[in-house]
Design a binder for this molecule. Sequence first.
Ligand SMILES: [Zn+2]
Length: 482
Amino acid sequence: MAKGQYEAIIGLEIHAQLLTESKIFCGCSTTFGAEPNTQVCPVCIGMPGVLPVLNNKAVLYTIKTGLALNCRISPYSRFARKNYFYPDLPKGYQISQYELPLCEDGYLDIEIDGDIKRIGIIRIHLEEDAGKNIHDGEHSLVDLNRAGVPLMEIVTRPDIRSPKEAAQFMKRLRQILRYLGVCDGNMEQGSLRCDANVSVRPVGSTEFGVKTEIKNINSFRFVEKALEYEIERQIKVLDRGERIIQETRLWDSKTETTQSMRSKEEAHDYRYFPEPDLVPVEISKETVEGIKRTLPELPQQKVERFMKQYGLPAYDAMFVTEELSIAEWFERAVNLGGAPKTIANWIMGELSRLLNEENKGFEENPVTPEALVRLLKLIDEGTISQKIAKTVFEEVYKTGRSPEEIVREKGLIQITDESFIERSIEEVLNKAPKEVERYRAGEEKLLGFFVGQVMKLTKGKASPGLVNELLKKKLIGEGEKR
Ligand SMILES: [Zn+2]
């Protein structure tokens, strides 16, 4: 069968590290990058006799996420022990949620090729992270700084049909988590991780094929690449008349392939049972309503409002709401009196260009909305030209100085002195009598040539509008005198 006759069925399991200051069951710090085993205590290294105490903020953040993803918040949820042995898991079990998760049955709408597609969310539950094994030559070392860091696991329904949709879902989810301030979304540092379940089936079939699970996907690009590779691989297996083995596969970003890690026959029986050291989590309706009121305006609502309130085109509205920091910067500039579309253009144009050049994110943007609005005022007043404004903006970006100061110091003020411009025009016309003749004979496009010459003579500082106006007057006026 040809490739086009199969369709892919994809479900994602996303682990998001919560931005709490302390771990989920103890007071240890969650800061990334500390010396190994410096952020540990008897609770998170699994000493006998200690008791976990649930971090309320972790529960709050999970409920916020559940509400933003249209989930039902369970009035009663419970932690369970997931038993398995691994060197980075000192207790011999992970505390997770199993049959009673905190949030269930939600969805996230994503836009794909101009259409909206709804991706269902089965559940969101809370659990603790394990430590990290560091393999160093003959030795293996264990760092338990990460053990006990709160994780939220978000499980989608198998509603995703292409690698592109999967990547788009991840992007939109990350955007919401960052808007809510519950996860920094840093995939490289592992604070947002994605496993994907994928199977293929002949188009038209309603049964699911045998699925494989891909682990270790740590960038948006890899979500797409890993799924593309795995779908292709499964189709080839089926085309050879063989069967897909249900297994866990690891994405290898170096070879850009997935490799078999373990088959399902070797899968663990986790022997889940309710965690006896923690009381069940009870959430009242009032608590949920209270949290709902603290939710910020979410990306999709913001896009719609920006289009309506500021008249931005859809593309611009999506661009300036990509990050909350951009949206806030944009609105501040608008409130200071800048024209919305102009502000958006500067964000999408010069500002993005400069940030990209240095590979910086918007939160590292050194230009204030105040500076941009003052710059726009200088253009509106005719003090500087649009072209000079770009130079000034770059200088503001690099030095943090005010636009007025830069314009004054560099002598960039646009010349609007008519007698000065007239003198420059005369000089240009005197040097090009033939072109003047041709213009007067009807070759009107030569006007551009004259404007260019005058601008050159005035080092780009003459007001282009004025140059145009005075040139026409001069060329026509003196022609009529003859
Ligand atoms: Zn601890």
